[in-house]
Design a protein around this ligand. Structure first.
Ligand code: FE2
Length: 425
């Protein structure tokens, strides 16, 4: 007897009328039209059953702090960093934990079951680190939270920056972070990349750096990150986040750079909602979009994922933990409007994001975790178009969240009364 059998599901790869059988928290069969006795059977009625959404780039320590102690007037990255600096002395562990747990509730309801969060290690107290480790412990039964040691004020620029980052790793933070473009000079930025990659090699840890989050076409720390990855044999466990300077770079240089990134096995994460709002702020017109070259990187075989980055914090006043909103924005900013391009944007917030995070057990395949999301949509493109309701969310066979289908009852003059699913399709 199976624990759960879902029938008539559509899968993101285009297969329809699929049954997914679950036993002991794992997927034991995926096949067309399978019928078998189960404690629970659910007819998906042709709707999309997707692997969970994964966010490979977030800031859980800053989330839901919008307006504390004031809002970002210029809308720039640098004012956001300054504003976070004003907020830091006012933080308490309790408030950080409470806001993060609230966000994780939102995330689960949106089918977002894995988040890689950078956590600021600049302050010697490591207060945000302790708070996020506590959050990680508390959400572990329902959400995979990975933490990145992120030296927000610069690992070399801020006093004690490197020691504080190492202490954060000693406490159990999972990934080595960095912010080379915020170090004092280009050469110090490059030195920080070398130092941090060497630390990761020594400790056997992955690397995920904020890298070249700038409109400066000469911000080329990604080149150093790719080089150090190869030199130290870190292929497959290094990610470059943002890479926005690539938007502004000279095409000739990029024609050399992208193959170097592909060769090094470094993955890339774009953060469309944040890149489109923080970058190009010093431009008049034409105003740059600021997102990295997503289709070109994908075309070269680089794993590219999309992250949410911020929700209601010093850098971004909106957001709700909805990775379909992130995919929707990424699709528009990158002009990935072909059928294949739109599907790639869905992959960027599911399978590619899981790959960047090095997650095990992700995907609707035999032997993987029975973690998935039933969407009120028929395929990935419709899911993005409608930012579809997450009707049901399971993790390892356990139902975590149920949302009612979106619908409206219409009473229109000259038309018969009708109930329509919203948006109408
Ligand atoms: Fe970030």
């Amino acid at each position: 007897m199976l624990d759960l059998l879902i029938t008539q599901a559509s899968l993101p790869d285009g297969r329809t009328h699929m049954s997914v059988a679950v036993q002991g928290g794992r997927i034991v069969e995926v096949s067309e039209g399978l019928q078998a006795p189960a404690h629970q059977t659910l007819d998906a009625a042709g709707q999309l059953l997707s692997p969970p959404f994964c966010d490979p780039h977030f800031h859980m320590d800053a989330t839901l702090s919008y307006g504390l102690p004031r809002v970002n007037q210029s809308g720039t990255l640098l004012e956001g960093i300054a504003l976070w600096g004003e907020l830091k002395p006012l933080l308490t562990e309790e408030a950080l934990v409470e806001r993060a747990l609230t966000y994780c509730d939102w995330a689960v309801a949106k089918g977002l079951l894995a988040i890689r969060s950078h956590v600021d290690t600049s302050d010697p107290s490591l207060l945000p680190v302790r708070a996020m480790l506590e959050v990680k412990r508390r959400v572990a039964p329902y959400l995979d939270l990975q933490l990145v040691a992120f030296p927000q004020d610069g690992v070399l620029r801020s006093p004690g920056g490197f020691d504080n980052l190492k202490r954060a790793l000693d406490l159990g933070v999972d990934v080595v972070g960095g912010i080379p473009h915020f170090e004092r000079t280009m050469s110090e930025g490059a030195a920080s990349v070398k130092l941090l990659c060497e630390l990761a090699a020594e400790r056997g840890l992955p690397v995920d750096m904020h890298c070249d989050e700038s409109d400066d076409p000469l911000s080329r720390h990604i080149e150093t990150l790719a080089y150090e990855t190869q030199r130290l044999g870190l292929q497959g466990r290094v990610n470059g986040s943002h890479l926005t300077s690539m938007h502004s770079m000279d095409n000739y240089y990029v024609s050399k750079l992208i193959p170097l990134i592909a060769e090094s096995g470094v993955s890339a994460v774009a953060n469309p909602l944040i890149n489109i709002t923080l970058q190009g702020r010093h431009d008049t017109y034409p105003k740059r979009r600021g997102m990295t070259r997503v289709p070109e990187l994908m075309g070269a075989g680089v794993t590219v994922a999309f992250g949410h980055d911020c929700v209601m914090d010093p850098w971004y006043s909106l957001g709700s933990g909805d990775m379909l909103e992130v995919a929707h924005m990424g699709l528009h900013v990158a002009q990935m409007t072909s059928q294949a391009g739109m599907r790639q944007c869905f992959d960027a917030v599911t399978v590619n994001a899981a790959k960047v995070m090095g997650l095990k057990g992700h995907g609707i395949e035999v032997g993987q975790d029975a973690s998935f999301v039933l969407l009120q949509a028929r395929d990935p493109i419709e899911a993005i178009r409608l930012r579809a309701t997450r009707l049901k969310v399971w993790r390892k066979g356990r139902l975590l969240s149920v949302s009612p289908a979106a619908q409206a009852t219409l009473s229109l003059p000259g038309r018969p009364d009708a109930t329509a699913f919203m948006p109408v399709r």
